[in-house]
Design a protein around this ligand. Structure first.
Ligand SMILES: C[S@@+](CC[C@H](N)C(=O)[O-])C[C@H]1O[C@@H](n2cnc3c(N)ncnc32)[C@H](O)[C@@H]1O
Length: 309
């Protein structure tokens, strides 16, 4: 079996070299040569898609946002949540609609609905027990789902700290909060994997959200330190709302065509549900519920911090 590099460099002359086979074309077996040609054809295909995205694709506003901020950014997600095709011409609006209709984005919109529902139910439960909700979202982007939850429960006492590493996404969130007339939230720069800073959150939250962020990192040690930090700062009996992406039909396409903010390929990490659940449980939580989208791409789970014995 040939090792498959995640991203092939399709520049002429590089294609065959990158298949991992070191033999010359002449000494290669037929099978190996076929595989090399196949990989070269794939690389050329993805290279032309990247070219199209950066040329014609720019007619779509969603693609322009992705190219500027990263397709995995809070800004991109917020545009996807709005789900309104933009453009001055019919063609640009159609291209934008084509982009917004991608299966992965459909799943993200379902995930947002599921997340908001889980959040609303958790806040209502706390309110039932006369406990005001203090939310922290550790990689919030503009966090439209938290703002919408607050707007939908005007009579309740909810505060939220919305944290992210991307200052543009935070600024977009501040503007969105203003437009939605939500004042009891603060947008704060913070690292979702910094155990120390998460363990010192002030005020101590009783709901923590990790949405769409663990999926971006393959190293479970990072996820574990984030969860440990949250477990330390959450009040006993507090809730963790977390997402997971057990599978995605376009992982390779995304990794080879779309980029993150820093220009690197957007490589996502699918985890089995039991893998992420074990990490959550190992940090002192007990799973309470889970909802999956209709496409089988994303889940939203709620876990409760176990009370100290
Ligand atoms: C896919 S978006 C999800 C945004 C939002 N939570 C949602 O579900 O719509 C991923 C977010 O994670 C943020 N992010 C990535 N690495 C981070 C880190 N180390 N600390 C905090 N935020 C991070 C990005 O800036 C981006 O806003």
């Amino acid at each position: 079996m040939l090792p498959v590099p995640v991203v092939l460099d399709a520049r002429p002359g590089n294609l065959l070299k990158q298949t991992g086979c070191e033999r010359s074309k002449e000494s290669c077996s037929k099978q190996c040569l076929r595989a090399r040609i196949m990989m070269a054809a794939q690389a050329a295909y993805y290279s032309s898609l990247r070219g199209l995205l950066k040329s014609v694709g720019r007619m779509s506003k969603g693609v322009r946002i992705g190219l500027q901020y990263g397709f995995d950014s809070g800004e991109s997600l917020d545009y996807v949540y709005e789900d309104v095709a933009h453009g001055k011409t019919v063609l640009s609006r159609q291209l934008d609609r084509f982009y917004l209709n991608a299966i992965g984005w459909q799943a993200m919109r379902e995930r947002r609905v599921n997340l908001q529902k889980a959040l609303r139910e958790t806040v209502l439960l706390q309110n039932y027990y006369k406990e005001p909700s203090r939310i922290v979202d550790i990689a919030s982007g503009p966090s439209r789902y938290v703002l919408s939850t607050i707007v939908g429960l005007p009579e309740l006492n909810i505060i939220a700290q919305l944290r992210d590493m991307d200052d543009d996404g935070l600024e977009q969130g501040r503007n969105l909060a203003q437009r939605m007339n939500v004042s009891n939230v603060e947008y704060v720069h913070g690292d979702a994997f910094d155990e120390q800073s998460l363990s010192e959150l002030d005020p101590r939250p009783n709901i923590a959200i990790a949405s769409g962020v663990y999926e971006l990192f393959s190293d479970n040690k990072l996820i574990a330190s984030s969860l440990r930090g949250l477990s330390k700062s959450l009040c006993d009996g507090g809730y963790l709302v977390y997402t997971n992406q057990p599978s995605h039909p376009q992982l390779e396409l995304i990794a080879r065509v779309l980029t993150k903010r820093n220009g690197n390929p957007w490589e996502m990490r699918c985890r089995t549900q039991s893998e992420i659940d074990s990490l959550v449980e190992a940090s002192g939580f007990e799973k309470v519920s889970m909802v999956e989208d209709s496409l089988g791409i994303s889940t939203v789970s709620v876990a409760r911090k176990k009370r100290a014995a």
